[in-house]
Design a protein around this ligand. Structure first.
Ligand code: P6P
Length: 337
């Protein structure tokens, strides 16, 4: 019987990776894990309690908020406020960033950007949804975090992760030294190490994109889709199309099996739909740490300038060789203006 290793034990064990760490990042990751368990409990029974459906409010993106969006947001922000290790929170659900001024957080040095419930339109139809988080160290040394602390580029992340509420609930994260996956064991209420040192296959045969927007895609994307569909046994084509409308679900499948997820610019989303700070950057950090690649079709996601809190970006992310092929087609048929 293999020895169970819980998330908490693993975090403490890996704390030695940070010579100057005094346990703050470890506690912050554990705070996130606790909030994830609380959100998981509600996601798993959403159909039984009056927590499905619309909250009747809209977020900064102008998107209708689900009751569970608001619940998840409250849980993660609450855990970060009471944990004492986070000084500022950026959330998809909040127009402005949230400064945490509690006594226990006054010396907190971490900033957390979060998409508390990504893909929530899938909740009502019981399809996997997720949480995405990104952790930065503040640059300023006292007072409230400044906008320069908030708008840091993707390479400044100290940690990033996602939780997928699917057939099982998993927490997958990196602190820059590889990617590890933990599966929630409801019988003991603990995330247990189930996927050590995750690596995304260099090649894959799955492409994930909403082909409903085909007519609005850049020519480079259209060419890549056709490339995926052409019969060529020597390169295992045609590939398989899989798209569930939940970035975390699509990316996690591609992480395990190999594949590429693309959300390009479209007529409706001229800058792309997905948000750079709390969706693209954390996912890019994780995928690169697992040996994959993440670009906006031209440039590495992690080196893009972050100018606004809710800035959007196109994203091509997944197996290195598939992203390289897609990038090649973008540069050939939709050269950067
Ligand atoms: P579309 C969910 O709303 C989300 O932000 C991602 O999780 C998902 O990949 C994408 O949007 C789906 O967008 O336009 O295909 O419905």
């Amino acid at each position: 019987m293999s020895k169970i290793k819980t998330l908490g034990q693993f975090i403490i064990e890996k704390q030695a990776d940070f010579p100057y760490a005094k346990g703050e990042l470890s506690r912050l990751l554990r705070d996130i894990g606790i909030a994830a368990k609380i959100v998981n409990r509600e996601v798993n029974k959403a159909g039984l309690v009056n927590i499905l459906g619309e909250a009747g409010t809209t977020n900064v993106q102008g998107e209708g908020q689900k009751l569970l969006d608001v619940y998840a947001n409250d849980q993660f922000i609450g855990a970060l406020q009471s944990g004492g290790e986070c000084c500022t929170v950026i959330s998809e659900e909040n127009d402005e960033y949230i400064t945490i001024n509690s006594d226990i957080s006054k010396n907190a040095k971490y900033i957390v950007a979060i998409d508390p419930l990504d893909g929530s339109s899938n909740i009502d139809v019981n399809v996997a949804v997720g949480t995405i988080f990104s952790i930065y160290r503040r640059k300023s040394t006292d007072g409230n975090a400044t906008i320069d602390d908030i708008l840091q580029g993707g390479t400044e992340q100290v940690a990033a992760g996602y939780i997928i509420y699917g057939s099982s609930t998993m927490l997958v994260y990196t602190t820059g030294k590889g990617v590890n996956g933990f599966t929630l064991d409801p019988s003991i209420g603990e995330f247990c190490l189930s996927h050590p040192e995750m690596k995304i296959p260099k090649d894959g045969t799955i492409y994930s994109i909403n082909e409903g927007y085909y007519t609005h895609f850049p020519d480079g994307v259209k060419k890549f889709i056709k490339y995926c569909q052409v019969e060529d046994k020597t390169t295992n084509r045609p590939y398989t199309s899989r798209y569930i409308g939940s970035m975390v679900g699509d990316l996690h499948r591609n992480m395990i099996k190999g594949g590429i997820f693309i959300y390009p610019v479209t007529a409706q989303a001229p800058n792309g739909k997905l948000r750079l700070v709390y969706e693209c950057n954390p996912m890019a950090f994780i995928i690169e740490q697992a040996g994959g690649k993440a670009t906006n079709g031209y440039e590495r996601i992690l080196t893009l300038d972050v100018k606004e809190l809710h800035q959007r970006s196109a994203i091509f992310i997944g197996s290195e060789n598939m992203v390289k092929k897609a990038e090649e087609m973008m540069q050939m048929f939709s050269p950067q203006k």
